[in-house]
Ligand binder design. Structure first.
Ligand SMILES: Nc1ncnc2c1ncn2[C@@H]1O[C@H](COP(=O)(O)OP(=O)(O)O)[C@@H](O)[C@H]1O
Ligand SMILES: [Mg+2]
Length: 288
């Protein structure tokens, strides 16, 4: 078993060397889990990432906000291997990494939930949780006949969903297309948190959800953080951002303008910094 003292449910995921939230509070120099330094990405005459810098610290929810076209998606794509930057570097646990494909980033422990395509509607919950990572039956059946171990996948899926408080999902074999938007998003977040061993990145996870569903997904994101997985949350929803973020990275014109916290600034001030109406304050480096 690889689970942390905080009780992370899945032992099939990556390395045991994970930070325990709260363990490092107050100490001087805790390195970021994930760091981007001077990333650049140009599309012809358009500069999508002018100076991509970002730091994600252990145990935190880092929100990334910015106007349309500010370059948030491009920056996140570089971090999850969906885009190869022209310059700059990415460090994971202090070590430089190169991601050429999203699979490279996933293998390194970075799981991303994209706004679209979060789940495969025709598959059931267990199959969605293991999509692309299906567990084979042990021995000959699995290695030669490549039979999937459905029983085991369902057991793990049921446990995972229970740990995340998705108590309403009675049947783990239920097709995802029969679930509500919030439940689908919950499956996607469960999947990412089950397999991400270092970082979970969520792109607008509540964009299509109602109030109650959003609340549930926001609570799941807090749970993921409290298990010890730091989260990057891209969102346009200021109340959600101010509700759950530990720090708020404000992106503007392809670069980080600053980093604030829900305590240091109001939503109106955050928007003013985003649009350039207010000069950016000194960035807040670490709060948790
Ligand atoms: N594949 C692409 N080809 C050309 N231009 C792109 C591409 N992706 C992004 N851009 C441009 O890069 C800039 C930043 O885009 P994006 O990262 O999507 O910003 P945001 O997510 O903050 O809205 C925009 O001007 C956008 O038009
Ligand atoms: Mg975008």
């Amino acid at each position: 078993m690889n689970s942390t003292p905080a009780g992370r449910p899945l032992e099939t995921s990556g390395p045991a060397a994970r930070s325990t939230p709260g363990a490092d509070h107050g100490t001087a120099a805790v390195p970021p889990v994930l760091q981007a330094e001077g990333l650049v990405k140009r599309y012809g005459a358009v500069t999508a990432i002018a100076e991509g810098d970002l730091e994600l610290y252990p145990g935190e929810i880092l929100a990334v906000i910015g106007d349309n076209g500010a370059g948030k998606t491009s920056l996140i794509k570089a971090l999850c291997g969906a885009l190869v930057p022209d310059a700059g570097r990415i460090l994971l646990d202090g070590r430089p990494v190169t991601f050429r494909t999203p699979m490279d980033a996933r293998r390194a422990g970075i799981e991303t939930v994209y706004q679209s395509l979060a789940v495969a509607p025709g598959l059931d919950i267990a199959e969605n949780l293991f999509l692309g990572r299906e567990q084979r039956r042990p021995g000959f059946l699995g290695s030669v006949l490549r039979l999937l171990d459905k029983q085991d996948m369902r057991t793990v899926a049921r446990r995972q969903m229970r740990e995340l408080g998705i108590a309403t999902l009675q049947d783990i074999g239920q097709a995802v297309e029969s679930l509500s938007g919030g439940q689908r998003q919950a499956v996607a977040v469960a999947r990412a948190s089950a397999f991400g061993s270092k970082v979970v990145i969520l792109d607008e996870p509540t964009a299509a959800l109602g109030v109650k569903e959003s609340d549930r997904v926001l609570q799941m994101i807090r749970d993921v953080r409290d298990w010890g997985l730091p989260v990057i949350l891209i969102s346009h929803n200021m109340p959600h951002v101010f509700d759950i973020a530990d720090r708020i990275h404000i992106h503007r014109l392809g670069r980080r303008a600053t980093v604030i916290t829900p305590e240091s600034h109001s939503m109106a001030e955050a928007v003013a910094i985003m649009t350039g109406a207010m000069p950016p304050p000194e960035p807040v480096s670490r709060v948790r």
